[in-house]
Write a protein that binds this ligand. Structure first.
Ligand SMILES: *[C@@H]1O[C@H](CO)[C@@H](O)[C@H](O)[C@H]1NC(C)=O
Ligand SMILES: *[C@@H]1O[C@H](CO)[C@@H](O)[C@H](O)[C@H]1NC(C)=O
Length: 367
């Protein structure tokens, strides 16, 4: 019995020990599960940077990564806005520089680059990585920082010959649009203007305006009038004017900005100062705007607008194009300016993986 009870005891101890070991294993497994797992591949971790409120499920690993190297003018936004505003989700957008070695493309805002180039991404650049030159100003307002000539594989600009062109485009609809209702008008000519700094190229438009205002009343809004206009007033005020002065700060091919899109979107006739009429007609119907070059001088333009003010039928003809063509309002909140650029760069990177050698951006941009 003794020996048998001993065996029994030994058996119990062994069982306990095994059971304990099993528990141990279970416990260990539990701990391991709770332990931080090895770092995720970078594309899985990106949602946290978009700061979206509802966590998204792990995303498709094959989406290319677009790294925003600096926030333009420090105007930040939630990357999920690309989906909200444009239904764009073709890439993984991030501003996390730790992702640099894996980034398929890096978006670099020209105005933020320092003269000594010390804030560019580090060398060597991963062989598969494309750099995008991100610039929204016209050549007049572009600093020719030396050393950038042959770094960028892609260009992002308003120009039609950029690799990634960002513009407010009109769309053609097969079915006629619903009848256009002209907004109520209580002003004849309006102009929203803040930048009067001649070094930015505004001399041409200021000179024209100086002559023009002798012949017609121009309602000025924006800091030139002494008060800042609220973002939410932008469209309502524009709509209440029969004509809007879409005067670009400088005159360059394709440099036709939101100053032109705003009145088209809202139902006001743009009076344009910028590149040649032909250039405008590449983007908008010939009868949707008035070009200052259509008149020998500012006085003649003023006379024409005063005449249209008395002739509703002639004025209404400037809206005939709206039957099959439509203009979309652009974002007007001051810190939303760069959202379309960044989102569309993401769309491009999501759809294009072609090799492209860097070319001299300045030779292209200033010629
Ligand atoms: C995320 O958003 C919340 C509110 O929407 C804000 O309070 C917080 O500062 C944001 N965090 C980051 C890292 O941007
Ligand atoms: C980008 O341009 C550089 C400079 O020309 C070139 O060496 C590199 O191979 C290009 N990369 C890609 C992915 O196109």
């Amino acid at each position: 019995m003794i020996s048998s009870s001993r065996t029994h005891k030994a058996f119990l101890i062994a069982t306990c020990w095994l059971a304990g070991f099993g528990m141990c294993l279970l416990f260990l497994q539990h701990i391991l599960q709770d332990c931080p797992s090895p770092p995720n591949p970078p594309y899985l971790g990106l949602e946290s940077h978009s700061n979206s409120s509802n966590p998204t499920p792990p995303t498709q690993p094959e989406k290319p990564i677009l790294l925003l190297w600096v926030w333009p003018e420090n105007y930040r936004f939630d990357f999920s806005d690309c989906k909200t505003f444009y239904n764009i989700e073709g890439c993984h957008l991030t501003d996390d520089r730790n992702i640099y070695p894996q980034a398929d493309a890096v978006l670099i805002f020209h105005k933020a680059i320092s003269w000594d180039l010390s804030n560019l991404p580090p060398s060597p650049r991963p062989v598969f990585q494309r750099w995008i030159w991100f610039h929204v100003e016209s050549p007049t307002n572009t600093h020719k920082i030396p050393g950038l000539e042959n770094l960028f594989n892609l260009t992002l600009s308003y120009r039609r010959d950029a690799d990634i062109t960002i513009r407010n485009l009109l769309t053609v609809n097969k079915n006629p649009n619903k009848e256009f209702v002209l907004p109520k008008k209580d002003k004849l000519v309006c102009w929203f203007v803040s930048n009067t700094n001649p070094s930015t190229g505004t001399g041409t438009r200021m000179q024209y305006y100086g002559e023009f205002k002798k012949h017609i009343t121009v309602n000025i809004f924006g800091s030139m009038s002494g008060t800042r206009m609220k973002d939410e007033d932008y469209y309502p005020i524009m709509a209440s004017c029969k004509f809007y002065l879409s005067f670009e700060n400088s005159v360059h091919k394709d440099y036709i900005t939101e100053k032109f899109n705003g009145p088209l979107a809202v139902g006001t006739v743009p009076v344009v100062l910028g590149p040649q009429r032909e250039n405008y007609e590449q983007f908008a119907p010939a009868d949707s705007f008035i070009h200052i070059n259509d008149f020998p001088d500012p006085a003649a333009l003023a006379q024409y607008l005063l005449q249209l003010d008395k002739d509703d039928e002639a004025y209404r003809r400037y809206f005939n194009w709206r039957k099959h063509v439509s203009a979309k309002p652009h974002l007007v909140i001051w810190n939303q300016e760069f959202i379309p650029y960044i989102c569309h760069a993401c769309e491009y990177i999501g759809n294009h993986r072609e090799y492209k050698q860097a070319h001299d951006i300045y030779k292209w941009y200033f010629s």
